[in-house]
Ligand binder design. Structure first.
Ligand code: TSJ
Length: 684
């Protein structure tokens, strides 16, 4: 092991022991890749790219680079190019090898060897380029510096030859180019990069780094992309229902091959992007920026006329879905500052109580981004920022600048305060309504909704609940079900769109109340998963556009009120068949057009084949419904997943699909052909 390395290394040794350690370091990465990149599935594969790009983003944050280009090459290698200073090629004193070799061969070397500037962007779990190198079949780096081009190649982490000069370039041209091919013996599930996945994260990075150009190109032939797409075929199916009408538009099928992100306004533009399908309450996007105690703070926000809070926080360009000190600092600052303002401006009377944080955050879209030298993560999942200096930095910067802004923009200040006061009143009304239901619950034990046909088994682990659209399908489902373990809750018509209703109205909605009581968990801060009455919550709707819409409404409700049900994998979509085929008294069901095609191929395409296209659950009798959609032995269920790393995109998915602006909604569907893909629905 060490021999190969010795033969290939530039410098003469004294450093043999170090090199053995180097190899052991990278070998450890190859042995336990999960420890370094979390997963070797598709997500881990894509993280390799982010890990490399993070280095270029650091160079941009240090002020030496303004363009990063990412290219997916034919054969699924990836190239990242920046126009920064180029990784240092001089011999690193400590290691006795060129800086670039240190970066790629020594575990956790990233950042430590760079002088000056921030080492801020975090990378997944803070691992470096060496991890990408260790997990690549091969990796090549080229550096443009002082009119020279340097190159080195590695295979499975090992140096192939000493860093060498391979030519000259314009002295003005500087930068780094890295190309790597992920190791298919490690990424056994897939080595196919998905354009859309990279696109989403790169867009986020561009939003978080104002003034940086990030370009993504796909140079593969059509086939690779289609291969990746087919892995999500079951999703396509769901989509074809909702999108059948749009699909005729040829542009849908044309994949983008090139995209450039550049946001001069950074997170300000992030906020307007998130609000694009909503109606803002005022034109400005408030933006505050500053540095305190070595914490660089940026905050942008704008209220819209909805009732939901869409606040996303980032530390060193990494999303922190669980928040932490930076988020607490922000919340504290806006609560205090708006209350002070509202009192002073007599918008809030002396007799009235303070606005709560929740009131002020109603309809708020915000991005909080901090950059900090040594982020400490806490909590069970180590995703919550713990540094107390981040709290005080965000709090004081937002308080100071927001106070001034409100003084100078009284009309906006008044709009926000009035919206918050309305929210306060609605919250009070909702609390009263909720207390009423709570008291009732306490008295009756569990007063389950009347429409619910509950199952008899009392162990939630064995139980499932079907949420069924419409009374007639509900009736069939009640007849068809396995009474011991399957409960049926029929819902009447379209359910309330929680994106467009305030809490009091939501609590007053019968369908929503029925679901909340049936599930048993409570919602929001009262949510308690141990009280869940069913292991599986199965949404069963028609296989048409309306059905897809109802599913989305239901998912939106669950996402906003009890997201943990989705995160813990309790939420499913039933998949009714699309076709029934009859021949000689025998019956087949097909769940997709492809399946229909296959069945017809198998049984022969005779004239007397009877093919029925199911339009709704109502067209099936109880037996058919059981056979095709409810029998655990035969049915197909799709599990709904939240990809937490793309929180903001997910929020956008729901708000866009459920929002009231028609144009953005259509654009969204056309652009992202697969909205459910964001939900990452996995077939079981
Ligand atoms: F890490 C990496 F190898 F994966 C990688 C690093 C990949 C890519 C595409 C780019 C980079 C990278 C590194 N771009 N720019 C830099 N800059 C430095 O490493 C650098 C240059 C000069 C100095 C200095 O103090 O003079 C310091 C650093 C960290």
């Amino acid at each position: 092991m060490s021999e190969t390395n010795m033969n290939n290394t530039v410098v003469d040794h004294e450093y043999g022991a170090d090199e053995i350690q180097i190899l052991e370091g990278l070998e450890a990465v190859r042995k336990r890749p999960g420890m370094y990149i979390g997963t070797t599935a598709s997500r881990g594969l894509h993280h390799l790219v982010y890990e490399i790009v993070d280095n270029s983003v650091d160079e941009a944050l240090a002020g030496f680079c303004d363009t990063i280009e990412v290219i997916i090459n034919e054969g699924n290698s990836v190239t990242v190019i920046d126009n920064g200073r180029g990784i240092p090629v001089g011999i690193n004193h400590k290691a006795g090898i060129p800086g670039v070799e240190v970066v790629f061969t020594i575990l956790h070397a990233g950042g430590k060897f760079g002088g000056g500037g921030y080492k801020v962007s975090g990378g997944l779990h803070g691992v470096g380029a060496s991890v990408v190198n260790a997990l690549s079949n091969w990796l090549e780096v080229e550096i443009y510096q002082d009119g020279k081009i340097y190159k080195q190649r590695y295979e499975r982490g090992r140096v192939c030859y000493p860093l060498k000069e391979i030519g000259t370039c314009d002295v003005d041209k500087t930068g780094t180019k890295v190309t790597f091919l992920p190791d298919d013996t490690i990424f056994t599930e897939t080595t196919v990069f998905e354009f859309d996945v990279l696109k989403r994260r790169l867009r986020e990075m561009a939003f978080l780094t104002k003034g940086l150009h990030i370009i993504l190109k796909d140079e593969r032939k059509e086939t690779e992309d289609i291969k990746a797409d087919n892995e999500n075929e079951q999703i396509n199916e769901l989509l074809t229902r909702a999108e059948a009408d749009i699909k005729s538009d040829a542009s849908v099928n044309k994949k983008p091959k090139f995209i450039e992100f550049y946001y001069e306004g950074g997170i300000k533009e992030f906020v307007s992007y998130l609000n694009k399908s909503k109606t803002p309450l005022y034109e400005n996007i408030l933006y505050f920026e500053g540095e305190r105690n070595n914490v660089y703070v940026e905050v942008a926000f704008q209220h819209n006329d909805s009732y939901n809070e869409s606040v996303f926080s980032f530390v060193n360009n990494i999303n922190t879905p669980e928040g932490g000190t930076h988020l607490m600092g922000f919340r504290n600052a806006i609560t205090k500052t708006f209350n002070d303002y509202a009192r002073n401006a007599k918008l809030l009377k002396d007799s009235e109580p303070n606005l709560s944080g929740e009131d002020i955050r109603e309809g708020l879209t915000a991005i909080i981004s901090v950059k900090i030298e040594d982020p400490q993560f806490e909590g069970q999942t180590k995703q919550k920022l713990g540094n107390s200096e981040a709290r005080s930095a965000v709090d004081s910067i937002v308080t100071e600048q927001l106070t001034i802004f409100l003084e100078m923009n009284p009309a906006i200040a008044k709009t926000i305060c009035e919206k918050s006061i309305l929210a306060q009143r609605a919250r009070e009304a909702a609390r009263k309504a909720r207390d009423l239901t709570r008291r009732k619950t306490a008295l009756d034990g569990l007063s389950l909704p009347g429409k619910l046909a509950d199952c008899s088994d009392k162990d939630p682990k064995n139980c499932e609940i079907y949420i069924v659209e419409g009374d007639s399908a509900g009736g069939s489902a009640k007849t068809a079900r396995a009474r011991a373990t399957q409960a049926i809750l029929p819902l009447r018509g379209k359910i309330l769109n929680v994106e467009k209703a305030r809490l009091d109205k939501i609590y007053a909605n019968a369908e929503i109340k029925a679901m909340i009581t049936a599930f048993g968990t409570g919602i929001h801060e009262d949510f308690d998963i141990t009280k869940l009455r069913y292991d599986k919550i199965i949404l069963m709707t028609d296989a048409d556009v309306d059905g897809a819409h109802i599913s989305t409404l239901l998912l939106t409700f669950i996402y906003r009120f009890m997201p943990d049900l989705i995160k813990e994998g309790h939420v499913y979509l039933a998949k009714p068949p699309l076709y029934k085929i009859e021949k000689n008294k025998k019956v087949w069901y097909a769940y997709s057009y492809e399946e229909l095609d296959k069945i017809l191929q198998d049984i022969g395409r005779d004239q007397n084949n009877k093919i029925q296209r199911y339009k709704g659950l109502g067209e099936m009798d109880a037996d058919q419904l059981w056979e095709t959609t409810m029998d655990p032995e035969r049915r197909i269920l799709l599990r709904v997943n939240l990809d937490e790393e793309m929180e903001s995109e997910l929020d956008l998915t729901f708000t866009t699909l459920m929002g009231d602006k028609v144009e953005p909604r259509r654009d969204f569907i056309v652009e992202n052909a697969k909205y459910v893909k964001n939900l990452d629905i996995n077939s079981l």
